[in-house]
Design a protein around this ligand. Sequence first.
Ligand code: 13P
Ligand code: ZN
Length: 274
Amino acid sequence: MINYTIMQKIIDEIKKTSGDMARRGWAESNGGNISLRLNSENYACFDGLQTKSDWIKLPVAIPEIAGERFLVTGTGRFLRNIEVFPEKNIGVIEIDRKGEAWQLLWGYEPTGAPTSELPAHLLSHVSIKKKSDNQSFAFIHTHPNSVIALTYAVANLDTKSLSKILWQSHAECVVVFPQGIEFLSWKMAGSMDLGRATAEAMLRRNLAVWQFHGICGCGRNLDEAFGRIDVAEKAAEICLRVMAAGGAKQTLTDTQLRAIAANFNCPIDESLFE
Ligand code: 13P
Ligand code: ZN
């Protein structure tokens, strides 16, 4: 039997995140997508439901998430509409026992499918589950203006330069993402290539920028994933404002960045200073 109290809690959580993303201007049209791996309490809530689709093959087998259930936004659905019609715009899928296929348990009314970025979401869930010792459940991809604009405005961006630019643009960044932010050069949206590169990045960092496209973030829950993206986007906005004002006349030094990280016990990725 479905536990409506628990189900309502998960739906409320995704409503809050998707609504905030839309109001921030990060989710034009169907831009952006969200997935939440269900923890044991949430998982059980979808036991015994009549399934709503056949098994649909995944583009690649992912045995590490065999049997898992995910709440995932639907492809082509608008994040801003989740608050109004959750059952149309989100769905709960289950992965089969070999990690080769998914089926729909709930949602995407009247018909639909998970986001086209499912490879990036599912493969990244493998990475974040592993690196967090099964404590990380949330993954978000979105289109915030300033992060995207930076990928046009700054020449020769890579992971080191992007991490450093954002750390220096807002003193909070080194605390929120001391492992830096991965820069991924342009790859086709929805591709396995993009999915694999993102998942690989998620083993090392909690944020990855997709050149000319957007950003991805992970966390223990949606609030944490959202918060990381929010701080990176704010730093990108400050950076662009500084550039528009004629460029930085002074900035945070490496010594100051290290001191902030140390003060808040954040394990900074030293290789990004090299
Ligand atoms: P979906 O509508 O398939 O979720 O795609 C939106 C998007 O942002 C693709 O990168
Ligand atoms: Zn996108």
